[in-house]
Design a protein around this ligand. Structure first.
Ligand code: SF4
Ligand code: SF4
Length: 311
């Protein structure tokens, strides 16, 4: 049976495998008013790969992004694992990991990979929310689907809602505009409130860290996600290196696709929090050199505050 063949093949590379008919996903996706491109392939494999939880703190010389970025770029890792499986078959296929137009979390819910938590993440029984998701559309007909059993939900818990520092979460919903993990990855000027709230060089881990479903989870470490020694970003590298030099130094980090300027802008918010004035000259130079107006505007605002010794 094709379902069993695909399941066995993907289980050699992934921790969680669900297989559904693409039409099921498309009908739900349209039902939810998502703009989803039509897919010609009838079978959709939904995959989960566990990643570990590791806490590293910011220092006065190095800053730390969200721990899901540690190790090799998960986009690349999942794609390589998908290709490794699919090259054994002669099927036509298409796939995506994170930055593609499909709703992975909806697909994961439909395939039983996990339940949809109030923190807006898919929560799997074995790995909690510490899973990267990927989807593969395959040109093969399925006799029956492989839908995993979900026997869990958030219940009355609201720890993530109460812990969210920007009030982005609420019962029954989420305001993406308020979410730090969203705005600290956007190329734009940050408001005073956003500057004050931001605590991470990239992303935000709070609603995962407080979740009781993640207790004793985040333990499994695939070889690609071993620490590489590049988890902490040197503030000097960030402001002195060219984009090319920085990419070479921090190669394989998943945040690179967003560009270094985003990290510089976020680093400013952390320097302000630390009242760390030792990089003021580098910030000054970066304002002169940078072309992005959203960076300049935020940097000028923060540098003024850093120069004000009374703050
Ligand atoms: S990622 Fe951070 S800001 Fe966004 S919802 Fe979770 S706790 Fe709130
Ligand atoms: S913290 Fe509680 S409410 Fe939030 S996702 Fe986890 S179980 Fe659900």
């Amino acid at each position: 049976m094709i379902k069993e063949i695909l399941k066995n093949a993907f289980e050699t590379q992934f921790d969680i495998v669900g297989i559904i008919k693409t039409k099921k996903y498309l009908s739900e996706a349209h039902h939810m008013d998502l703009i989803v491109p039509k897919v010609g392939y009838p079978t959709m494999v939904v995959l989960g790969l566990a990643y570990p939880r590791r806490i590293i703190k910011n220092t006065s010389t190095h800053l730390v992004p969200s721990f899901y970025t540690f190790g090799s770029d998960y986009h690349k890792v999942l794609k390589e694992r998908i290709v490794k499986v699919m090259e054994k078959f002669n099927f036509q296929y298409d796939y995506g990991v994170d930055n593609h137009p499909h709703d992975e979390r909806l697909a994961a819910k439909l395939a039983g990979i996990g339940f949809f938590g109030k923190n807006q993440l898919i929560i799997n029984q074995a790995f909690g929310s510490y899973i990267f998701l990927g989807v593969v559309f395959i040109d093969v007909e399925l006799e029956s689907e492989l839908i995993l059993t979900i026997d869990d939900d958030c219940g009355d818990c609201r720890k993530c809602i109460d812990a969210c520092p920007t009030q982005a979460l609420f019962e029954g919903g989420y305001d993406i505009e308020k979410c730090m993990s969203n705005y600290n990855q956007e190329k734009r000027v940050l408001t005073d409130h956003e500057i004050q709230a931001n605590y991470s060089l990239f992303g935000c881990d709070i609603c995962q860290m407080v979740c009781p479903k993640n207790i004793n989870k985040g333990i499994k470490v695939h070889p690609e996600f071993e620490l590489s020694g590049k988890e902490m970003v040197s503030i000097t590298d960030l402001f002195q290196f060219s984009e090319k030099e920085f990419n070479a130094q921090y190669t394989h980090m998943s945040y690179l696709w967003k560009g270094k300027t985003i990290l510089m802008r976020n680093a400013l918010t952390l320097l302000l929090k630390q009242k760390n004035r030792q990089y003021n000259d580098l910030i000054e130079t970066s304002i002169e050199k940078q072309n992005a107006s959203w960076y300049k505007e935020t940097a000028i605002k923060i540098l003024d505050k850093l120069k004000d010794e009374t703050q």
